[in-house]
Write a protein that binds this ligand. Structure first.
Ligand code: 26W
Length: 824
């Protein structure tokens, strides 16, 4: 009946202004005569939010009504970045709003940049989750994300005297994109003990009693699809003291302080994102976060299923749950506990439901990143779950024993429990055993997990349990939003923006590779993106860089395996070459700007030393009159999603140079290529598939192959170790104090010279330098370079996260999109 009262979304600039101004005056209570950019951001966001909410409500209603199978994406990280621009482009009203804002005297760019990044993630894994949500909604899949509502996202990075300093990222002052659901709360239990008894039929029953309760509160975030009415939901859980927990006894008996302290302790669970990337630290609070979020999410999913009154065996036909790495693995014993202890199912029946429900994505083979939790800690925090894990393990090992009798060593190798002191629960094994499919994130990576960490499990389950889904990125944010001019140029040639929904259409650009006018515009767009980045560098750092120089970019988390040290040693090598050449010889150098960005985990000293070295080198090189425009070194502070949107369209070359076999996929490699930048890279992760798609002529590969890495490492430790002579010259320069006190870099150099060069920096150095020289030559040939960059863009269609999500939907989740009703 109330349909006739439903608000109508704005359609013209004037209607937009009316809505925005109304929100500024009333919702935000800001008078128009002291209205600044932040207020206008608020009004604009709220005007678009109204529009989104209508789609959102309708989508949720339709999904409930249709009752098709849904997928739930469990991720401890969602690196969303800003929401406004994305909302405007997806809804398709950005032009209207831009006109409206300019009539009010504001520039759209300035308004967009008022928004705080939602930085609830570390790096690749969190950003992948965000791209997946965009694709799921754009393809009309019924899907929810589940995560934690951290009050502090990844820290803000400041560079002080060349060192990284971490500053807390409080981002919730004004966040119009979340809705607290005061009515949706779940009580989550910790600690306590297990009671065991026999019921009337003599069956053993278990219940988990006592301990403490923390309340989970739902915060919902709308996820709009591109040019569709589908608007999915991301549910983030915040923690607070359970109502019974805020102890009125204590409160009244004068223990006000301790009752407030209880409250704060509860809120600590969702306070802060752990800033480690690819490094496991085993902290109790992290385990608490994991269980809190898994238990709340499962309770929610089960509650929704129970409303449909379907039989339990139907659960996997209604629900698919994807585990984004091992962080949500506790969802497996938690579902088993709900089904057996609470719902009264038989163990085997429950376990078969569990296995059909879950899928597990592995994102790393680095041993230091594999999660293990100590048995005593789990016993203390989650006593019933530990029992269940032991039972899962027992039944699993019995099965292995029957398949491979008398292989004790095999049992030890595949056991979920590592027999160390203390004993440890191996989360990756639990995730694998509790899922029906395990996938890697690029072909090489998916092959590697089958021959290394999960080798024994291929024998046990057969190869079909393992599959590959090569990562992708959303072209909406990473092309259309980040590079609007390139998107418009492509649209003008392909007759519209359909390629944003089917990225393989880009291949038609090959028809224009010889079109003079097109080539010129393509180059001009790259140049203007470089001018924009140069201006950003000037404004934030006061350093002038020449946009005609070759822009060489490496932005990603700082990690030894990603080898930013190889890059900076290469820069030093170049500097030494420039210094020793005559003024005449100097004319032959291709002017370069080496741009770095990325955060180091706060306790990762080696990564911090790399940041320090880059900044020291920058100081020397940028102030050396002999060098001038030939070389500039820039370390961009606080690399994040919104900065990536400026950086990715502005590169000529980007570096993806991890030691072969260490980078599971990489996704920024895709972002740079899609924006017409070329790659210098190793044969690692998705670089290999990028090469296959775009052609060997259009990528600069170098270095040793994954298959040789073990032998090389072995040779370093037990054979004669020969430092590459050009690298030795670089080390001499560092030792002689060219870049300040060499003591700061002792550990970094010793890792290579004394401790076996685990990441093969020296082995790959000559090949790296040679390849960089090749790039210099190629870049000077503007026509050749233009052809390479156009062909690269044209052939990147495969790397859309839409393709990736369709593969998950088909081969892992078995879900279908919701048919869209035609608009009247
Ligand atoms: C427990 C500590 C910890 C924290 C984060 C361990 C591991 C992680 C992540 C799995 C690390 C990560 O982000 N991995 C990256 O995932 C991307 C998306 O699949 C890949 O593209 C990257 O290659 C991989 O490093």
């Amino acid at each position: 009946a109330w349909r006739k009262f439903m608000p109508k979304p704005f359609t013209t600039a004037e209607e937009f202004e009316k809505e925005a101004v109304r929100h500024i005056e009333t919702t935000l209570a800001r008078s128009l005569y002291n209205c600044d950019e932040s207020a206008v951001y608020g009004g604009t966001a709220l005007a678009f939010r109204d529009r989104l909410i209508l789609d959102w409500n309708k989508t949720q209603q339709t999904q409930t009504f249709k009752d098709q199978k849904r997928v739930y994406y469990l991720s401890l990280e969602f690196l969303m970045g800003r929401a406004l621009d994305n909302a405007m482009l997806n809804v398709g009203q950005k032009d209207v709003a831009t006109k409206g804002l300019s009539e009010l005297g504001f520039r759209m760019e300035d308004i967009i940049s008022q928004e705080h990044d939602a930085a609830l993630g570390n790096g690749g894994l969190g950003r992948l989750a965000a791209c997946f949500l965009d694709s799921l909604a754009s393809l009309n899949y019924p899907a929810w994300g589940y995560g934690l509502r951290y009050r502090y996202g990844i820290f803000k990075q400041e560079i002080v005297d060349g060192f990284q300093v971490e500053v807390p990222d409080y981002w919730l002052d004004f966040n119009p994109w979340e809705f607290q659901r005061h009515d949706i709360t779940v009580d989550i239990q910790f600690y306590g003990h297990v009671n065991r008894w026999q019921d009337d039929e003599g069956k053993l029953q278990y219940s988990w009693e006592g301990g403490e309760i923390v309340q989970a509160v739902a915060f919902d975030v709308p996820i709009p699809g591109y040019q569709t009415q589908t608007c999915n939901n991301l549910r983030l859980w915040g923690s607070k003291a359970a109502s019974g927990e805020f102890d009125f006894q204590k409160f009244n008996s004068g223990e006000y302080e301790s009752s407030v302290a209880d409250q704060q302790r509860a809120e600590t669970i969702s306070a802060v994102l752990y800033p480690n990337d690819n490094l496991e630290r085993g902290k109790e609070l992290r385990l608490k976060q994991q269980y809190f979020w898994c238990a709340a999410s499962l309770y929610d999913i089960v509650r929704r299923f129970k409303k449909t009154k379907r039989a339990w065996k139907d659960f996997p036909n209604a629900v698919a749950i994807q585990l984004n790495d091992t962080h949500p693995t506790l969802a497996i014993p938690e579902l088993q506990r709900i089904l057996v202890d609470i719902e009264g199912l038989e163990w085997d029946e429950a376990w078969s439901i569990v296995q059909k429900t879950f899928g597990y994505t592995n994102h790393t083979v680095l041993p230091e990143a594999l999660e293990k939790w100590s048995v005593p800690l789990m016993q203390h925090l989650l006593p019933r779950h530990l029992q269940i894990i032991y039972d899962i393990n027992l039944f699993f090992l019995q099965k292995v024993e029957r398949m491979f009798p008398n292989d004790r060593e095999l049992l030890g190798r595949v056991s979920i429990i590592e027999e160390s002191n203390p004993k440890m629960v191996r989360m990756a094994f639990l995730a694998l055993i509790g899922s029906h499919k395990v996938n890697g994130v690029a072909e090489l990576h998916s092959d590697l997990i089958k021959t290394t960490i999960f080798k024994d499990f291929v024998k046990i389950y057969g190869p079909d349990k393992f599959t590959n889904v090569t990562n992708g990125i959303t072209p909406r944010r990473w092309l259309h939003q980040a590079n609007p001019r390139l998107s418009a140029l492509i649209a003008s040639k392909l007759g519209g923006h359909d390629f944003l929904k089917d990225l393989t259409l880009l291949h038609k650009l090959e028809n224009f590779v010889d079109d003079k006018e097109f080539r010129k515009e393509f180059r001009e767009i790259k140049y203007s993106n470089k001018v924009r980045l140069a201006k950003y560098i000037k404004d934030t750092m006061g350093i002038t860089v020449n946009p005609s120089s070759l822009f060489d970019v490496q932005v990603k988390r700082i990690h030894e395996y990603k080898r930013q040290q190889l890059n900076i040693f290469g820069v030093i090598h170049r500097y030494l070459e420039i210094k020793k050449s005559s003024p005449e010889e100097r004319k032959k150098f291709t002017p370069r700007v080496s741009i770095f960005g990325g955060k180091a985990a706060p306790g990762y000293w080696m990564a911090k030393a790399v940041i320090h070295l880059i900044n020291r080198v920058a100081n020397v090189v940028n102030n050396d009159a002999d060098v001038g425009d030939l070389l500039k070194v820039i370390f961009l502070e606080d690399y994040n999603v919104s900065k990536a949107e400026i950086i990715c369209p502005a590169s000529d070359i980007s570096e993806h140079i991890s030691t072969a076999g260490t980078e599971a996929s990489g996704t920024s490699n895709m972002k740079f290529c899609l924006n017409g930048g070329l790659i210098i890279g190793t044969c690692d992760g998705a670089n290999i598939e990028i090469t296959r798609e775009i052609g060997e002529d259009n990528i600069f590969l170098f270095g040793n192959l994954a298959e040789n890495v073990d032998d090389l490492r072995h040779a370093h430790l037990y054979g004669q170790y020969q430092l590459d002579p050009q690298l030795a010259a670089v080390f001499d320069a560092i030792h002689s104090g060219t870049f300040g006190n060499p003591d700061s870099f002792e550990a970094l150099l010793n890792g290579i010279v004394e401790h076996g060069d685990y990441y093969l920096v020296s082995d790959d150095f000559a090949s790296y330098i040679q390849t960089q020289d090749l790039i210099d030559k190629s870049f000077r040939d503007t026509e050749e370079w233009t052809t390479k960059t156009i062909l690269t863009v044209a052939r990147m269609g495969f790397f859309s996260s839409d393709r990736c999500i369709d593969e998950y939907a088909e081969s892992i989740w078995n879900i279908e999109p919701i048919a869209q009703e035609k608009e009247d």
